[in-house]
Design a protein around this ligand. Structure first.
Ligand code: HEM
Length: 534
Protein backbone atom coordinates (compact mmCIF):
# COMPACT_ATOMS: atom_id res chain seq x y z
CA UNK A 1 0.00 0.00 0.00
CA UNK A 2 2.77 2.48 0.94
CA UNK A 3 4.57 1.64 -2.28
CA UNK A 4 1.51 2.47 -4.39
CA UNK A 5 1.08 5.71 -2.51
CA UNK A 6 4.70 6.73 -3.09
CA UNK A 7 4.39 6.06 -6.80
CA UNK A 8 1.40 8.41 -6.99
CA UNK A 9 3.22 10.69 -4.52
CA UNK A 10 5.80 11.70 -7.13
CA UNK A 11 3.40 14.47 -8.17
CA UNK A 12 2.45 15.80 -4.73
CA UNK A 13 4.39 17.99 -2.29
CA UNK A 14 6.43 16.59 0.61
CA UNK A 15 3.99 18.13 3.10
CA UNK A 16 1.02 16.46 1.42
CA UNK A 17 2.93 13.18 1.39
CA UNK A 18 3.65 13.43 5.14
CA UNK A 19 0.00 14.11 5.95
CA UNK A 20 -1.10 11.26 3.76
CA UNK A 21 1.39 8.90 5.44
CA UNK A 22 -0.03 9.88 8.85
CA UNK A 23 -3.58 9.22 7.59
CA UNK A 24 -2.60 5.89 6.10
CA UNK A 25 -0.78 4.90 9.31
CA UNK A 26 -3.68 5.73 11.62
CA UNK A 27 -6.05 4.01 9.20
CA UNK A 28 -3.77 0.98 9.36
CA UNK A 29 -3.83 0.94 13.20
CA UNK A 30 -7.62 1.34 13.45
CA UNK A 31 -8.30 -1.21 10.69
CA UNK A 32 -6.05 -3.77 12.34
CA UNK A 33 -7.66 -3.14 15.71
CA UNK A 34 -11.14 -3.49 14.24
CA UNK A 35 -10.12 -6.76 12.62
CA UNK A 36 -8.45 -7.88 15.84
CA UNK A 37 -11.42 -7.05 18.03
CA UNK A 38 -13.75 -8.79 15.52
CA UNK A 39 -11.66 -11.86 15.77
CA UNK A 40 -10.99 -11.12 19.46
CA UNK A 41 -7.33 -11.92 19.12
CA UNK A 42 -5.23 -8.76 18.99
CA UNK A 43 -1.70 -9.94 19.59
CA UNK A 44 0.37 -7.95 22.07
CA UNK A 45 3.91 -7.92 23.33
CA UNK A 46 3.02 -10.78 25.68
CA UNK A 47 2.51 -13.02 22.64
CA UNK A 48 6.02 -12.43 21.36
CA UNK A 49 8.54 -15.21 21.64
CA UNK A 50 12.19 -14.63 22.54
CA UNK A 51 15.07 -15.56 24.85
CA UNK A 52 14.81 -15.04 28.63
CA UNK A 53 17.38 -12.89 30.44
CA UNK A 54 19.37 -15.99 31.39
CA UNK A 55 19.34 -17.27 27.80
CA UNK A 56 20.42 -13.84 26.52
CA UNK A 57 23.29 -13.72 29.01
CA UNK A 58 24.28 -17.23 27.96
CA UNK A 59 24.37 -16.13 24.30
CA UNK A 60 26.38 -13.02 25.14
CA UNK A 61 28.94 -14.48 27.55
CA UNK A 62 28.63 -18.27 27.32
CA UNK A 63 28.50 -18.55 23.53
CA UNK A 64 30.67 -15.44 23.16
CA UNK A 65 28.39 -13.16 21.13
CA UNK A 66 29.08 -10.09 23.29
CA UNK A 67 31.34 -8.61 20.61
CA UNK A 68 29.36 -10.00 17.72
CA UNK A 69 25.82 -8.95 18.63
CA UNK A 70 25.35 -8.08 14.93
CA UNK A 71 25.78 -11.77 14.14
CA UNK A 72 23.43 -12.65 17.01
CA UNK A 73 20.73 -10.59 15.23
CA UNK A 74 20.92 -13.07 12.34
CA UNK A 75 20.98 -16.16 14.58
CA UNK A 76 18.03 -14.97 16.66
CA UNK A 77 15.93 -13.95 13.67
CA UNK A 78 16.50 -17.46 12.28
CA UNK A 79 15.18 -18.90 15.55
CA UNK A 80 12.34 -16.49 16.44
CA UNK A 81 11.37 -14.88 13.11
CA UNK A 82 11.47 -11.17 12.24
CA UNK A 83 9.98 -9.93 15.54
CA UNK A 84 11.02 -11.14 18.98
CA UNK A 85 11.43 -9.88 22.49
CA UNK A 86 14.57 -10.09 24.60
CA UNK A 87 16.02 -8.73 27.83
CA UNK A 88 19.25 -6.77 27.90
CA UNK A 89 20.13 -6.16 31.55
CA UNK A 90 17.28 -4.08 32.95
CA UNK A 91 15.84 -3.35 29.48
CA UNK A 92 13.08 -5.18 27.63
CA UNK A 93 13.72 -4.87 23.92
CA UNK A 94 11.55 -5.69 20.90
CA UNK A 95 13.85 -6.75 18.06
CA UNK A 96 12.75 -6.00 14.50
CA UNK A 97 14.56 -7.82 11.69
CA UNK A 98 12.67 -7.32 8.44
CA UNK A 99 12.72 -4.35 6.07
CA UNK A 100 8.90 -4.09 6.06
CA UNK A 101 8.61 -4.10 9.85
CA UNK A 102 11.48 -1.63 10.28
CA UNK A 103 9.64 0.66 7.86
CA UNK A 104 6.47 0.33 9.98
CA UNK A 105 8.31 1.32 13.20
CA UNK A 106 10.08 4.26 11.59
CA UNK A 107 6.98 5.61 9.88
CA UNK A 108 5.22 5.78 13.23
CA UNK A 109 8.07 7.48 15.09
CA UNK A 110 6.15 10.71 15.84
CA UNK A 111 7.19 14.36 15.78
CA UNK A 112 10.13 14.13 18.16
CA UNK A 113 11.56 10.66 17.64
CA UNK A 114 13.51 9.14 20.51
CA UNK A 115 16.32 6.69 19.73
CA UNK A 116 16.79 5.42 23.28
CA UNK A 117 16.79 7.36 26.52
CA UNK A 118 20.58 6.80 26.83
CA UNK A 119 20.68 6.96 30.64
CA UNK A 120 24.45 6.33 30.81
CA UNK A 121 25.35 9.17 28.43
CA UNK A 122 22.79 11.52 29.98
CA UNK A 123 23.87 10.74 33.54
CA UNK A 124 27.42 11.87 32.73
CA UNK A 125 26.07 15.22 31.54
CA UNK A 126 23.93 15.63 34.68
CA UNK A 127 26.89 14.79 36.94
CA UNK A 128 29.23 17.22 35.23
CA UNK A 129 26.73 20.00 34.49
CA UNK A 130 27.17 19.68 30.75
CA UNK A 131 24.44 20.24 28.17
CA UNK A 132 22.86 17.56 25.98
CA UNK A 133 23.64 17.65 22.28
CA UNK A 134 21.75 16.26 19.27
CA UNK A 135 22.58 12.64 20.19
CA UNK A 136 21.29 12.82 23.75
CA UNK A 137 18.60 15.52 23.83
CA UNK A 138 14.91 14.66 23.52
CA UNK A 139 11.50 16.20 22.78
CA UNK A 140 11.02 19.83 21.78
CA UNK A 141 14.52 20.80 23.05
CA UNK A 142 16.03 18.25 20.66
CA UNK A 143 14.06 19.75 17.77
CA UNK A 144 15.31 23.21 18.76
CA UNK A 145 18.94 22.01 18.69
CA UNK A 146 18.49 20.35 15.29
CA UNK A 147 16.87 23.46 13.85
CA UNK A 148 20.04 25.41 14.72
CA UNK A 149 22.55 22.70 13.72
CA UNK A 150 20.89 21.36 10.55
CA UNK A 151 21.27 24.08 7.90
CA UNK A 152 25.07 24.29 7.82
CA UNK A 153 25.47 20.52 8.14
CA UNK A 154 22.90 19.33 5.64
CA UNK A 155 22.20 22.05 3.04
CA UNK A 156 24.17 21.41 -0.12
CA UNK A 157 25.43 25.00 -0.65
CA UNK A 158 26.98 25.00 2.84
CA UNK A 159 28.32 21.46 2.64
CA UNK A 160 30.07 22.08 -0.69
CA UNK A 161 31.95 24.93 1.03
CA UNK A 162 33.64 22.26 3.19
CA UNK A 163 35.17 20.71 0.07
CA UNK A 164 38.37 22.81 0.25
CA UNK A 165 39.21 22.24 3.92
CA UNK A 166 38.47 18.51 3.56
CA UNK A 167 40.57 18.30 0.39
CA UNK A 168 43.47 19.88 2.32
CA UNK A 169 43.15 17.14 4.93
CA UNK A 170 43.00 14.50 2.17
CA UNK A 171 46.23 15.91 0.66
CA UNK A 172 47.93 15.53 4.03
CA UNK A 173 46.60 12.00 4.39
CA UNK A 174 48.04 11.02 1.00
CA UNK A 175 51.41 12.34 2.14
CA UNK A 176 51.07 10.45 5.41
CA UNK A 177 50.42 7.24 3.46
CA UNK A 178 53.58 7.83 1.44
CA UNK A 179 55.56 8.46 4.64
CA UNK A 180 54.13 5.38 6.39
CA UNK A 181 54.95 3.18 3.41
CA UNK A 182 58.47 4.49 3.14
CA UNK A 183 59.41 4.55 6.80
CA UNK A 184 57.43 1.74 8.38
CA UNK A 185 56.08 -0.42 5.59
CA UNK A 186 59.01 -1.63 3.54
CA UNK A 187 58.18 0.90 0.84
CA UNK A 188 54.83 -0.71 0.12
CA UNK A 189 52.72 -1.50 3.17
CA UNK A 190 50.45 0.59 5.38
CA UNK A 191 49.72 -1.24 8.62
CA UNK A 192 46.63 -0.68 10.73
CA UNK A 193 44.85 1.43 8.16
CA UNK A 194 41.82 1.95 10.43
CA UNK A 195 44.08 3.50 13.08
CA UNK A 196 45.43 5.97 10.51
CA UNK A 197 41.95 6.72 9.22
CA UNK A 198 40.70 7.59 12.73
CA UNK A 199 43.25 10.40 12.66
CA UNK A 200 42.12 11.45 9.18
CA UNK A 201 38.46 11.49 10.27
CA UNK A 202 39.19 13.53 13.40
CA UNK A 203 41.25 16.01 11.40
CA UNK A 204 38.47 16.11 8.76
CA UNK A 205 35.64 16.89 11.15
CA UNK A 206 37.80 19.48 12.96
CA UNK A 207 38.51 21.20 9.64
CA UNK A 208 34.74 21.47 9.06
CA UNK A 209 33.84 22.60 12.57
CA UNK A 210 36.80 24.86 13.41
CA UNK A 211 38.93 25.18 10.26
CA UNK A 212 41.76 24.37 12.67
CA UNK A 213 44.45 21.81 12.04
CA UNK A 214 44.94 19.42 14.96
CA UNK A 215 48.21 17.88 13.78
CA UNK A 216 46.73 14.37 13.60
CA UNK A 217 48.44 13.68 10.30
CA UNK A 218 51.87 14.84 11.45
CA UNK A 219 54.53 12.25 11.98
CA UNK A 220 54.09 12.76 15.74
CA UNK A 221 50.43 13.10 16.75
CA UNK A 222 49.82 15.59 19.62
CA UNK A 223 49.04 13.77 22.87
CA UNK A 224 45.67 15.46 23.45
CA UNK A 225 44.23 14.60 20.05
CA UNK A 226 45.53 11.03 20.22
CA UNK A 227 43.86 10.77 23.63
CA UNK A 228 40.61 12.12 22.17
CA UNK A 229 40.58 9.38 19.53
CA UNK A 230 41.27 6.71 22.16
CA UNK A 231 38.56 8.17 24.42
CA UNK A 232 35.95 7.90 21.63
CA UNK A 233 36.81 4.22 21.21
CA UNK A 234 36.75 3.58 24.96
CA UNK A 235 33.43 5.35 25.40
CA UNK A 236 31.81 3.22 22.67
CA UNK A 237 33.43 0.05 24.06
CA UNK A 238 32.21 0.66 27.61
CA UNK A 239 28.70 1.89 26.76
CA UNK A 240 27.09 -1.55 26.16
CA UNK A 241 28.75 -2.86 29.34
CA UNK A 242 27.55 -0.03 31.59
CA UNK A 243 23.99 -0.26 30.26
CA UNK A 244 23.82 -3.95 31.24
CA UNK A 245 23.68 -2.88 34.90
CA UNK A 246 20.92 -0.98 36.75
CA UNK A 247 21.70 2.72 37.18
CA UNK A 248 22.02 2.59 41.00
CA UNK A 249 24.98 0.18 40.67
CA UNK A 250 27.02 2.38 38.29
CA UNK A 251 29.09 4.28 40.90
CA UNK A 252 30.22 0.90 42.29
CA UNK A 253 31.24 -0.60 38.93
CA UNK A 254 35.03 -0.87 38.49
CA UNK A 255 34.88 0.71 35.02
CA UNK A 256 32.44 3.57 35.80
CA UNK A 257 35.29 5.87 36.82
CA UNK A 258 37.05 5.18 33.52
CA UNK A 259 33.79 5.82 31.64
CA UNK A 260 33.51 9.22 33.36
CA UNK A 261 37.17 10.03 32.68
CA UNK A 262 36.90 9.40 28.94
CA UNK A 263 33.81 11.62 28.76
CA UNK A 264 35.74 14.31 30.69
CA UNK A 265 38.43 14.20 28.05
CA UNK A 266 35.97 14.41 25.15
CA UNK A 267 34.38 17.52 26.64
CA UNK A 268 37.79 19.00 27.50
CA UNK A 269 39.09 18.87 23.92
CA UNK A 270 35.85 20.37 22.58
CA UNK A 271 36.00 23.08 25.23
CA UNK A 272 39.55 24.06 24.26
CA UNK A 273 38.37 24.61 20.70
CA UNK A 274 35.29 26.60 21.74
CA UNK A 275 37.33 28.87 24.07
CA UNK A 276 40.00 29.40 21.39
CA UNK A 277 37.37 30.32 18.80
CA UNK A 278 35.65 32.73 21.20
CA UNK A 279 38.95 34.54 21.76
CA UNK A 280 39.50 34.73 18.01
CA UNK A 281 36.04 36.19 17.48
CA UNK A 282 36.60 38.81 20.19
CA UNK A 283 39.92 39.70 18.60
CA UNK A 284 38.28 40.11 15.19
CA UNK A 285 35.54 42.28 16.70
CA UNK A 286 38.20 44.47 18.36
CA UNK A 287 40.05 44.84 15.06
CA UNK A 288 36.81 45.45 13.13
CA UNK A 289 37.46 42.38 10.95
CA UNK A 290 34.56 40.43 9.40
CA UNK A 291 33.10 37.52 11.38
CA UNK A 292 32.49 34.79 8.92
CA UNK A 293 33.88 31.36 8.87
CA UNK A 294 33.33 27.76 9.62
CA UNK A 295 30.67 25.97 11.60
CA UNK A 296 31.66 26.88 15.16
CA UNK A 297 32.07 30.59 14.41
CA UNK A 298 28.61 30.59 12.90
CA UNK A 299 27.14 28.93 16.02
CA UNK A 300 28.88 31.35 18.37
CA UNK A 301 28.05 34.46 16.37
CA UNK A 302 24.41 33.59 15.70
CA UNK A 303 23.75 33.40 19.48
CA UNK A 304 20.90 30.93 19.08
CA UNK A 305 22.48 28.68 21.72
CA UNK A 306 24.37 29.37 24.93
CA UNK A 307 28.09 28.56 25.06
CA UNK A 308 27.36 25.51 27.26
CA UNK A 309 24.80 24.25 24.74
CA UNK A 310 27.24 24.80 21.88
CA UNK A 311 29.86 22.83 23.81
CA UNK A 312 27.41 19.93 24.31
CA UNK A 313 26.66 19.83 20.58
CA UNK A 314 30.25 20.26 19.38
CA UNK A 315 31.42 17.41 21.64
CA UNK A 316 28.79 15.09 20.19
CA UNK A 317 29.56 16.11 16.60
CA UNK A 318 33.25 15.45 17.18
CA UNK A 319 32.74 12.03 18.72
CA UNK A 320 30.25 11.01 16.03
CA UNK A 321 32.71 12.05 13.35
CA UNK A 322 35.66 9.79 14.18
CA UNK A 323 34.88 6.05 14.09
CA UNK A 324 32.08 6.31 11.53
CA UNK A 325 33.66 7.60 8.31
CA UNK A 326 37.04 6.04 9.09
CA UNK A 327 35.79 2.49 9.44
CA UNK A 328 33.62 2.76 6.34
CA UNK A 329 36.65 3.89 4.30
CA UNK A 330 38.71 1.01 5.75
CA UNK A 331 36.13 -1.58 4.66
CA UNK A 332 35.82 -0.03 1.17
CA UNK A 333 39.57 -0.21 0.65
CA UNK A 334 39.72 -3.70 2.11
CA UNK A 335 37.15 -4.97 -0.41
CA UNK A 336 38.63 -3.10 -3.34
CA UNK A 337 42.03 -4.60 -2.51
CA UNK A 338 40.48 -8.06 -2.74
CA UNK A 339 38.42 -7.28 -5.84
CA UNK A 340 40.71 -5.42 -8.26
CA UNK A 341 38.10 -5.12 -11.03
CA UNK A 342 35.87 -3.02 -8.72
CA UNK A 343 38.87 -0.84 -7.89
CA UNK A 344 39.87 -0.52 -11.57
CA UNK A 345 36.36 0.64 -12.45
CA UNK A 346 36.61 3.32 -9.76
CA UNK A 347 40.05 4.39 -10.99
CA UNK A 348 38.72 4.73 -14.56
CA UNK A 349 35.71 6.72 -13.35
CA UNK A 350 37.89 9.12 -11.32
CA UNK A 351 40.44 9.78 -14.09
CA UNK A 352 37.68 10.28 -16.65
CA UNK A 353 36.05 13.01 -14.50
CA UNK A 354 39.27 14.43 -13.03
CA UNK A 355 42.12 13.80 -15.47
CA UNK A 356 45.73 14.78 -14.78
CA UNK A 357 46.29 16.72 -11.59
CA UNK A 358 42.67 17.84 -11.24
CA UNK A 359 41.43 17.49 -7.66
CA UNK A 360 37.75 16.42 -7.35
CA UNK A 361 35.20 19.00 -6.22
CA UNK A 362 31.72 18.28 -4.91
CA UNK A 363 30.39 18.90 -8.45
CA UNK A 364 32.76 16.28 -9.85
CA UNK A 365 31.59 13.81 -7.22
CA UNK A 366 27.99 14.08 -8.47
CA UNK A 367 29.28 12.57 -11.74
CA UNK A 368 30.86 9.53 -10.06
CA UNK A 369 28.04 6.97 -9.65
CA UNK A 370 30.41 4.03 -9.18
CA UNK A 371 32.15 5.76 -6.26
CA UNK A 372 28.79 6.30 -4.56
CA UNK A 373 27.74 2.72 -5.26
CA UNK A 374 30.97 1.42 -3.67
CA UNK A 375 30.25 3.41 -0.49
CA UNK A 376 26.60 2.31 -0.38
CA UNK A 377 27.56 -1.32 -0.77
CA UNK A 378 30.20 -0.93 1.95
CA UNK A 379 27.58 0.50 4.29
CA UNK A 380 25.20 -2.33 3.46
CA UNK A 381 27.76 -4.98 4.36
CA UNK A 382 29.28 -3.04 7.26
CA UNK A 383 26.59 -0.71 8.61
CA UNK A 384 28.49 1.48 11.10
CA UNK A 385 25.37 1.45 13.28
CA UNK A 386 24.47 -2.26 13.04
CA UNK A 387 21.46 -1.90 15.32
CA UNK A 388 19.57 1.34 15.77
CA UNK A 389 16.63 1.99 18.10
CA UNK A 390 13.37 3.85 18.52
CA UNK A 391 11.00 4.37 21.44
CA UNK A 392 7.41 5.21 20.49
CA UNK A 393 6.85 7.97 23.05
CA UNK A 394 3.66 9.42 21.57
CA UNK A 395 1.27 6.55 20.96
CA UNK A 396 0.83 2.81 21.14
CA UNK A 397 1.61 1.37 17.72
CA UNK A 398 0.95 -1.71 15.63
CA UNK A 399 3.92 -3.45 14.06
CA UNK A 400 3.18 -6.56 12.04
CA UNK A 401 0.32 -8.22 13.87
CA UNK A 402 1.22 -6.95 17.33
CA UNK A 403 0.04 -3.94 19.30
CA UNK A 404 2.81 -2.31 21.39
CA UNK A 405 2.20 0.03 24.32
CA UNK A 406 3.64 3.54 24.45
CA UNK A 407 7.35 3.64 25.37
CA UNK A 408 8.25 0.25 23.90
CA UNK A 409 11.96 0.08 23.02
CA UNK A 410 12.44 -1.25 19.47
CA UNK A 411 15.84 -2.54 18.38
CA UNK A 412 16.10 -2.22 14.59
CA UNK A 413 18.32 -5.06 13.38
CA UNK A 414 19.82 -3.37 10.33
CA UNK A 415 22.74 -5.78 10.10
CA UNK A 416 20.43 -8.82 9.86
CA UNK A 417 18.33 -7.13 7.17
CA UNK A 418 21.46 -6.23 5.17
CA UNK A 419 22.12 -9.97 4.85
CA UNK A 420 18.50 -11.01 4.24
CA UNK A 421 18.45 -12.83 0.90
CA UNK A 422 14.81 -11.86 0.43
CA UNK A 423 16.00 -8.26 0.20
CA UNK A 424 19.49 -8.54 -1.32
CA UNK A 425 20.41 -11.28 -3.75
CA UNK A 426 23.76 -12.87 -2.93
CA UNK A 427 24.01 -10.83 0.28
CA UNK A 428 27.53 -12.08 1.11
CA UNK A 429 28.90 -10.67 -2.16
CA UNK A 430 30.29 -7.13 -2.49
CA UNK A 431 28.30 -5.90 -5.49
CA UNK A 432 28.28 -2.10 -5.90
CA UNK A 433 26.29 -2.49 -9.13
CA UNK A 434 23.17 -3.34 -7.13
CA UNK A 435 22.99 0.40 -6.27
CA UNK A 436 23.20 1.67 -9.86
CA UNK A 437 20.06 2.77 -11.62
CA UNK A 438 20.86 0.51 -14.52
CA UNK A 439 22.14 -2.16 -12.09
CA UNK A 440 21.30 -5.84 -12.10
CA UNK A 441 17.64 -6.01 -13.15
CA UNK A 442 16.58 -8.95 -11.01
CA UNK A 443 18.52 -7.92 -7.89
CA UNK A 444 16.99 -4.46 -7.97
CA UNK A 445 13.45 -5.78 -8.11
CA UNK A 446 13.51 -7.20 -4.62
CA UNK A 447 15.52 -4.45 -2.93
CA UNK A 448 13.36 -2.79 -0.29
CA UNK A 449 13.89 0.94 0.45
CA UNK A 450 14.39 0.10 4.15
CA UNK A 451 16.74 -2.81 3.39
CA UNK A 452 19.77 -0.60 4.02
CA UNK A 453 19.33 2.75 5.79
CA UNK A 454 22.87 3.33 7.09
CA UNK A 455 22.28 6.95 8.07
CA UNK A 456 18.94 6.28 9.72
CA UNK A 457 15.62 7.73 8.78
CA UNK A 458 13.43 10.82 9.09
CA UNK A 459 13.98 13.95 11.14
CA UNK A 460 16.27 12.13 13.60
CA UNK A 461 18.53 10.76 10.83
CA UNK A 462 22.29 11.36 10.89
CA UNK A 463 23.19 15.04 11.22
CA UNK A 464 26.63 14.49 9.71
CA UNK A 465 25.53 12.50 6.67
CA UNK A 466 26.46 15.04 4.00
CA UNK A 467 29.81 15.87 5.57
CA UNK A 468 30.56 12.16 6.10
CA UNK A 469 29.76 11.36 2.47
CA UNK A 470 31.89 14.24 1.22
CA UNK A 471 34.84 13.08 3.36
CA UNK A 472 34.52 9.47 2.17
CA UNK A 473 34.07 10.38 -1.51
CA UNK A 474 37.00 12.81 -1.59
CA UNK A 475 39.36 10.48 0.23
CA UNK A 476 38.47 7.33 -1.71
CA UNK A 477 38.55 9.00 -5.12
CA UNK A 478 41.91 10.67 -4.53
CA UNK A 479 43.49 7.68 -2.83
CA UNK A 480 42.52 5.31 -5.65
CA UNK A 481 43.66 7.86 -8.23
CA UNK A 482 47.12 7.93 -6.69
CA UNK A 483 47.53 4.38 -5.38
CA UNK A 484 46.58 0.91 -6.40
CA UNK A 485 45.56 -0.90 -3.25
CA UNK A 486 46.41 -4.58 -2.87
CA UNK A 487 45.68 -7.14 -0.19
CA UNK A 488 48.39 -8.11 2.29
CA UNK A 489 49.73 -11.44 0.93
CA UNK A 490 50.25 -12.57 4.55
CA UNK A 491 46.93 -11.20 5.77
CA UNK A 492 43.91 -13.16 6.91
CA UNK A 493 40.21 -12.33 6.54
CA UNK A 494 39.19 -9.47 8.83
CA UNK A 495 35.77 -9.80 10.43
CA UNK A 496 33.75 -7.03 12.09
CA UNK A 497 33.00 -6.77 15.81
CA UNK A 498 30.40 -4.58 17.50
CA UNK A 499 31.66 -2.00 19.95
CA UNK A 500 28.36 -0.04 19.86
CA UNK A 501 29.56 0.69 16.30
CA UNK A 502 30.70 -1.97 13.85
CA UNK A 503 34.51 -1.93 13.61
CA UNK A 504 37.20 -4.28 12.22
CA UNK A 505 38.17 -6.99 14.73
CA UNK A 506 41.81 -6.93 13.66
CA UNK A 507 44.13 -4.38 12.03
CA UNK A 508 43.66 -3.99 8.28
CA UNK A 509 47.05 -3.90 6.53
CA UNK A 510 47.17 -3.11 2.83
CA UNK A 511 49.76 -2.55 0.14
CA UNK A 512 49.75 0.82 -1.61
CA UNK A 513 51.36 0.88 -5.05
CA UNK A 514 52.05 4.40 -6.30
CA UNK A 515 50.43 4.53 -9.76
CA UNK A 516 52.74 7.31 -10.93
CA UNK A 517 55.79 5.06 -10.63
CA UNK A 518 54.00 1.78 -11.23
CA UNK A 519 54.37 1.80 -15.01
CA UNK A 520 58.14 2.22 -14.76
CA UNK A 521 58.72 -0.18 -11.93
CA UNK A 522 56.27 -2.40 -10.07
CA UNK A 523 57.51 -2.48 -6.43
CA UNK A 524 55.75 -5.78 -5.85
CA UNK A 525 57.62 -7.43 -8.67
CA UNK A 526 60.90 -5.78 -7.61
CA UNK A 527 60.37 -6.91 -4.03
CA UNK A 528 59.65 -10.50 -5.04
CA UNK A 529 62.68 -10.61 -7.32
CA UNK A 530 65.02 -9.20 -4.65
CA UNK A 531 63.74 -11.53 -1.93
CA UNK A 532 64.06 -14.47 -4.31
CA UNK A 533 67.65 -13.31 -4.86
CA UNK A 534 68.45 -13.78 -1.15
C1 HEM B 1 29.75 6.72 7.61
C2 HEM B 1 29.45 7.73 8.38
C3 HEM B 1 28.25 7.79 9.28
C4 HEM B 1 27.21 6.92 9.44
C5 HEM B 1 26.96 5.60 8.71
C6 HEM B 1 26.32 7.49 10.43
C7 HEM B 1 25.15 6.89 10.86
C8 HEM B 1 24.30 7.45 11.77
C9 HEM B 1 23.08 6.83 12.21
C10 HEM B 1 22.53 5.49 11.75
C11 HEM B 1 22.51 7.67 13.10
C12 HEM B 1 21.17 7.44 13.82
C13 HEM B 1 20.06 7.99 12.93
C14 HEM B 1 18.67 7.59 13.36
O1 HEM B 1 18.47 7.25 14.51
O2 HEM B 1 17.77 7.61 12.49
C15 HEM B 1 23.35 8.82 13.24
C16 HEM B 1 23.09 9.89 14.07
C17 HEM B 1 23.93 10.98 14.19
N1 HEM B 1 25.09 11.20 13.49
FE1 HEM B 1 25.92 10.00 12.10
N2 HEM B 1 26.84 8.67 10.86
C18 HEM B 1 28.01 8.90 10.17
C19 HEM B 1 28.84 10.00 10.30
C20 HEM B 1 28.59 11.08 11.10
C21 HEM B 1 29.45 12.25 11.20
C22 HEM B 1 30.73 12.48 10.40
C23 HEM B 1 28.86 13.08 12.11
C24 HEM B 1 29.32 14.43 12.56
C25 HEM B 1 29.57 15.41 11.76
C26 HEM B 1 27.64 12.45 12.57
C27 HEM B 1 26.78 12.99 13.49
C28 HEM B 1 25.63 12.39 13.93
C29 HEM B 1 24.76 12.96 14.95
C30 HEM B 1 25.00 14.26 15.71
C31 HEM B 1 23.69 12.07 15.10
C32 HEM B 1 22.51 12.21 16.06
C33 HEM B 1 21.35 12.87 15.32
C34 HEM B 1 20.11 13.05 16.21
O3 HEM B 1 19.87 12.22 17.07
O4 HEM B 1 19.39 14.04 16.00
N3 HEM B 1 27.52 11.24 11.94
N4 HEM B 1 24.44 8.67 12.42
Amino acid sequence: MFRTFFQIGKHVSKHEQTNAIKMVTSWHVSEQRRYASDANKQKTMEDLDGPSLITSLYWLFGKGYFQTTHQMQIEHSNIYGPLWKSKYGPLVVVNVASAELIEQVLRQEGRHPVRTDMPHWRTYRQLSNQAYGPLTEMGAQWQQIRSVLNPRMLKSQHVSAYCNPINNVVSDFLEKVAWLRDTKGDGIMVNDLAGELYKFAFEGICSVLFENRMGCLNEEVPEDTQKFIISVGEMFRLSPIVILFPKYTWPYLPFWKHFVTVWDHLFLVAEQQVRYKMEKIQENVRKGQPLQGEYLTHLLVSEQMSVTEILGSITELLLAGVDTTSNTISWSLYHMAMEPEIQEKLFQEVISICPGKQVPTSDDITRMPWLKAVVKETLRMYPVVPGNARINVENEIIVGEHLFPKNTLFHLCHYAVSYDKNVFQRPQAFLPERWLREGRGEAKKIQHPFGSVPFGFGVRACLGRRVAELEMYLLLSRLIKRYEVRADPEGTMVQPITRTLLVPAAPINLQFIDRTVKQQEDPLVTKQVSSEGH
